[in-house]
Design a protein around this ligand. Structure first.
Ligand SMILES: C[S@@+](CC[C@H](N)C(=O)[O-])C[C@H]1O[C@@H](n2cnc3c(N)ncnc32)[C@H](O)[C@@H]1O
Length: 235
């Protein structure tokens, strides 16, 4: 019987091809099959473009399609079927890389894939390779410290209009709001209510073509921010 292959969950950084770790480069180079998420409509993946120069010539690329839907069952089915594809490669004794922009443990499909994979292949050999997150890249871009001394940092999502910030914001000095592309008005209100608004800044497409730094978040309300937008704020 073949020895099963190993899965590497690899963070490729926020978009700047130079912000890839040496370990990620090595693991990408060693993978027999490179998996990358793609939308149902387009098989383009920025994570793949970052990884491509480091892939072995023999490596096979496979796109995993994730439908964007609020239907929980359809979403879970997609995780399960994509995990099954990865499992079939591992069963053949091949190594696989699953690419994630930024870091794989931070708001990434990788977490769902891992959970599904563990159900069908409980003893799968998995190694997660951390990546530089978008918010670390944004803080560095702005030469801005995220936390110092005894301060605490909240990493949260703006997808639900700042609800989480209102619940927890009182207890931290610094926040990162990912997915700040929607509910901008509600997110701004939450930043104002919790005392973070005055020292806040939005960064879109950090380190990528079209990068924008928006110092006045009221401006964000006047337009449709890019999906790749986050907010850093502090008291
Ligand atoms: C699904 S999460 C992925 C986070 C990623 N795993 C990480 O570690 O940064 C997508 C959100 O990350 C943020 N993001 C990712 N890359 C970004 C970039 N280059 N510039 C600004 N925000 C980015 C945006 O808030 C976006 O809505």
């Amino acid at each position: 019987m073949n020895k099963t292959g190993k899965l590497f969950g690899i963070g490729v950084g926020p978009g700047d091809p130079e912000l890839l770790t040496m370990k990620a480069v090595r693991m990408i180079n060693e993978a027999d099959v490179v998996f990358s998420a793609a939308s149902a409509k387009r098989s383009y993946s920025l994570a793949l473009e970052i990884a491509r120069p480091h892939m072995s010539k023999k490596a096979e690329v496979r796109f995993l399609s994730f439908i964007m839907t609020k239907d929980k069952k359809a979403t879970e089915d997609a995780w399960d079927s994509n995990a099954a594809l990865i499992a079939s490669v591992l069963e053949e004794g091949k190594s696989a890389a699953f690419l994630t922009l930024g870091d794989p443990t931070t708001y990434s499909t990788y977490g769902y894939i891992l959970r599904s994979l563990k159900k069908i292949m409980p003893h799968a050999d998995v190694e997660t390779v951390p990546g530089i997150t978008s918010f670390h890249a944004a803080a560095a871009r702005l030469n801005r410290t995220l936390v110092e001394g005894e301060q605490s940092l909240l990493i949260t999502s703006g997808a639900y209009g700042g609800d989480q910030l209102k619940r927890v914001g009182e207890n931290v000095e610094s926040i990162v709001m990912m997915k700040a592309y929607k509910n901008v008005k509600q997110n701004n209100d939450a930043l104002k209510d919790t005392g973070f608004f005055a020292n806040s800044v939005a960064v879109s497409k950090c380190g990528r073509e079209g990068e924008e730094i928006i110092h006045n978040l009221d401006e964000l309300e006047q337009r449709t921010p890019d999906y790749w937008t986050l907010v850093l704020a502090a008291k």
